[in-house]
Write a protein that binds this ligand. Structure first.
Ligand code: ZN
Length: 166
């Protein structure tokens, strides 16, 4: 089931509020800033890059584990850096969804948390407000990907969600 339009709007608002609280007004938005947000609100974050890209036979894209008031965030450290940041922020989304009451209430428990965390990560990395501002003066997707320090695919995805394209 795809996210509803209103769930997407809500996730955008949540991402905007977090970026505003962190006083981030322009790209790139890197994962370490989101980790510091989690540390301030919920508890210490332990970073666990998976250098082999797998644990045993299991391929790992990312995971988060919580216990004793702290969070272990793991990710596939073999991916390119921009994808690693996206994965880390997706995992931050899981912490917000599980521990951030306002976030969970506002997106609703009936929605798929993987889709919520994917869209949350997209809204942080390619923030729609920032993208619209840059799009007015620069409609080159590769150049925008450089500015946002992300993959062109994520720029295109957000453009289409926002009803923009070139
Ligand atoms: Zn996930």
């Amino acid at each position: 089931m795809a996210l509803s339009q209103s769930a997407r709007k809500t996730i955008e608002k949540e991402a905007n509020a977090i970026l505003a609280e962190l006083k981030i007004t322009k790209p790139p938005v890197v994962a370490s800033l989101l980790f510091s947000y989690i540390e301030k609100k919920f508890g210490p974050v332990v970073e666990a890059p998976i250098s082999s890209g797998s644990i045993g036979n299991k391929k790992i894209e990312g995971f988060v584990q919580s216990g004793k008031g702290m969070f272990i965030i793991g990710w596939d450290a073999k991916r390119e850096k921009s994808i690693q940041d996206y994965i880390k922020i997706h995992e931050v989304g899981h912490i917000l969804y599980n521990h951030g009451d306002s976030f969970r209430k506002s997106v609703g428990g009936y929605q798929n948390s993987e889709e919520i965390c994917d869209y949350f990560a997209l809204c942080v990395v390619v923030n729609p407000k920032m993208l619209k501002r840059y799009w007015k003066i620069n409609q080159n997707i590769l150049s925008l990907a450089n500015i946002f320090e992300t993959s062109p695919a994520y720029i295109s995805k957000m453009l289409s969600y926002q009803g923009l394209s070139n």
